[in-house]
Design a binder for this molecule. Structure first.
Ligand code: ADP
Ligand code: CDP
Ligand code: MG
Length: 208
């Protein structure tokens, strides 16, 4: 396991209260368009995009001692233990030097959510939720062509099941707190981004 970040400090290395870290959780089913929209948000609103899935895949490639375990879990559509994913997220947050983050594909279950809150003491500003029918997500994943081990029909079905059983309850938890901003993700990419832009308008800091 990698070294833990000093827990007396914020993830950005400063002591709590120094400056505020803004975190937006980006959630939605597999293939709902989280990564695609995050790229657009980064270009327009100055956030750093951290995809939990991308960080886990990079960890496998790096030859880490956890690589085989992570790889097996991704192939089965299962959720990797929070400790591993949170360590990767914290490291990436520190290294970015930024204070505004889109955390994409996390938290994916109750364990992810509670552990992140306990370890970082960060509450998300809001949760951006991409709402998309399963049939559409399935079509998108089958034509994604990124050479991913988990974009095959068998694993896709398992991921949909995990999404409904473990991830949607997290969205409901934040909905109860009035923190969910739901977007219709069935529309074309540009139209989805119009809805996203309206939600991020208060964060517009980049001068064109
Ligand atoms: N609104 C959309 N309409 C049609 N295809 C989309 C849309 N958004 C994303 N895609 C495509 O669907 C696939 C999955 O998108 P991605 O952003 O990787 O989703 P996620 O990160 O939620 O799994 C990609 O091939 C992407 O180009
Ligand atoms: N918080 C997370 C995020 C992803 N993952 C793993 O990584 C896989 C791919 O996640 P991803 O976010 O890249 O997938 P998409 O929703 O983008 O298709 C998941 O199916 C899980 O196996 C995880 O274990 N924990
Ligand atoms: Mg993604």
């Amino acid at each position: 396991m990698g070294t833990m970040v000093d827990s007396t400090k914020d993830v950005n290395g400063s002591f709590p209260g120094d400056n505020k870290i803004i975190v937006v959780f980006v959630l939605g089913g597999p293939g709902s368009g989280k990564g695609t929209q995050c790229t657009r948000i980064v270009e327009n609103f100055g956030f750093t995009h951290l995809s939990a899935g991308d960080l886990l895949r990079a960890e496998i490639k790096s030859g880490s001692e956890n690589g085989t375990m992570i790889s097996n879990m991704i192939k089965e559509g299962k959720i990797v233990p929070s400790e591993v994913t949170i360590n990767l997220l914290q490291k990436a947050m520190l290294e970015s030097g930024n204070d505004k983050f889109l955390i994409d594909g996390f938290p994916r279950n109750e364990e992810n959510r509670a552990a992140f809150e306990n370890v970082t003491k960060i509450e998300p500003e809001f949760v951006l939720f991409f709402d998309c029918p399963e049939e559409e997500m399935e079509q998108r994943l089958l034509s994604r062509n990124q050479g991913r081990d988990d974009d095959n029909i068998e694993t896709i079905r398992k991921r949909f099941r995990v999404f409904v059983e473990s991830s949607l309850p997290v969205v409901e938890y934040y909905d109860m707190k009035g923190k969910v901003r739901k977007v219709d993700a069935l529309k074309p990419i540009d139209e989805v981004f119009e809805s996203v832009k309206a939600i991020f308008a208060p964060f517009h800091t980049k001068v064109e």
